[in-house]
Design a protein around this ligand. Sequence first.
Ligand SMILES: *[C@@H]1O[C@H](CO)[C@@H](O)[C@H](O)[C@H]1NC(C)=O
Ligand SMILES: *[C@@H]1O[C@H](CO)[C@@H](O)[C@H](O)[C@H]1NC(C)=O
Ligand SMILES: *[C@@H]1O[C@H](CO)[C@@H](O)[C@H](O)[C@H]1NC(C)=O
Ligand SMILES: *[C@@H]1O[C@H](CO)[C@@H](O)[C@H](O)[C@H]1NC(C)=O
Ligand SMILES: *[C@@H]1O[C@H](CO)[C@@H](O)[C@H](O)[C@H]1NC(C)=O
Ligand SMILES: *[C@@H]1O[C@H](CO)[C@@H](O)[C@H](O)[C@H]1NC(C)=O
Ligand SMILES: *[C@@H]1O[C@H](CO)[C@@H](O)[C@H](O)[C@H]1NC(C)=O
Length: 284
Amino acid sequence: MDVCFLRWLLFVALTTWTLGDDGQVTFVSELSSRPAQKLSKYGWYANVRLQRFHIPEDTAIAYWLFSVKKGHSFNCGQHNVSIHIRWGAPPVINPTETLFPNSTLWHPSLSLTLPVTSQSSTTFNLSDPAPGDWFVAAHLPEDDGRIEQKGFPSCSYYFQPQLSVRRAVDTPVLQQGTFLTQTAAPDRPAHLKLFVPEFASSLSVSVTECSSGEVAEGRNCSLLLRLGSASLQHSQATVNCSGSSCSASLSNPPWDTWLRVVVETSQVNQTVTFRIVSNYTGEH
Ligand SMILES: *[C@@H]1O[C@H](CO)[C@@H](O)[C@H](O)[C@H]1NC(C)=O
Ligand SMILES: *[C@@H]1O[C@H](CO)[C@@H](O)[C@H](O)[C@H]1NC(C)=O
Ligand SMILES: *[C@@H]1O[C@H](CO)[C@@H](O)[C@H](O)[C@H]1NC(C)=O
Ligand SMILES: *[C@@H]1O[C@H](CO)[C@@H](O)[C@H](O)[C@H]1NC(C)=O
Ligand SMILES: *[C@@H]1O[C@H](CO)[C@@H](O)[C@H](O)[C@H]1NC(C)=O
Ligand SMILES: *[C@@H]1O[C@H](CO)[C@@H](O)[C@H](O)[C@H]1NC(C)=O
Ligand SMILES: *[C@@H]1O[C@H](CO)[C@@H](O)[C@H](O)[C@H]1NC(C)=O
């Protein structure tokens, strides 16, 4: 058989350590792959191939690679493979475009369409993905009820998803009221985190004394300040900053969890240095 089945989760830690001695965060890359699964036409949810991936805390970017291979190379036309992705729970999908009652609460998942001739692949990348379980569902188009010719091998499609993450291993921790000095370069945003204590009713992260390396201090400094992580259903709180200081705040932050803070320079080729501090207010 030309399709190689990986019976077990393949987990490879590729150690691509970046230099950690210049005050920058150290990243490691991890790859996890799932066995190839034969796809079915969509009739109902049981025809969907579902796979689960775990994204660790402190993941800066997740790269998914979805590959589809045909089992036989007979001329069996071109089909579109549908791929759905969701954080926290299996994706809600609606390939038959059923109308749900207005009171039904559902959020469509992110969907990708992959046209497959003989072998195809597509990628999906997400910065600051929410940690935890992510689900990937895949299926062929809706069953058209056509009977396949007996005696001929029918077309089979094998789907294999792969996830590679880039994870920061020594993310600096922002303590309430304590300033940290950080640098953000064009291809290297500053990554930090802070712990949200119980009873925090709001929190803010402020950037001050922003300056660009190339120009005199005090010149315009353009930054993007992001709080939280991205889950496709929920996005991060993002603030565009220009000038030497700015802040982003969240009301009702999630208690007893780590909150991600990312600062990116938003001007091409500009490296900026700044001081950053967090502050929360509690309910007493
Ligand atoms: C596949 O999807 C594309 C874009 O959604 C569409 O244009 C095309 O007709 C589809 N092909 C088949 C065979 O359904
Ligand atoms: C559902 O909502 C749409 C638009 O808001 C409305 O036109 C339709 O009448 C509603 N259907 C029902 C069954 O309430
Ligand atoms: C995702 O990232 C990979 C590696 O950097 C790149 O090859 C690919 O084109 C990206 N895909 C998208 C959809 O941006
Ligand atoms: C934190 O926020 C509170 C209320 O907004 C303010 O009174 C206090 O001065 C702030 N503390 C710091 C260190 O910025
Ligand atoms: C800084 O740059 C932004 C966008 O490039 C601009 O809107 C703003 O007016 C500038 N501020 C100063 C003080 O130059
Ligand atoms: C920040 O600015 C960029 C470009 O100037 C813009 O595309 C983006 O929508 C802005 N984001 C917010 C949250 O204002
Ligand atoms: C950024 O730097 C590159 C290489 O030094 C240069 O070619 C490019 O023109 C610069 N872009 C801007 C907007 O300054």
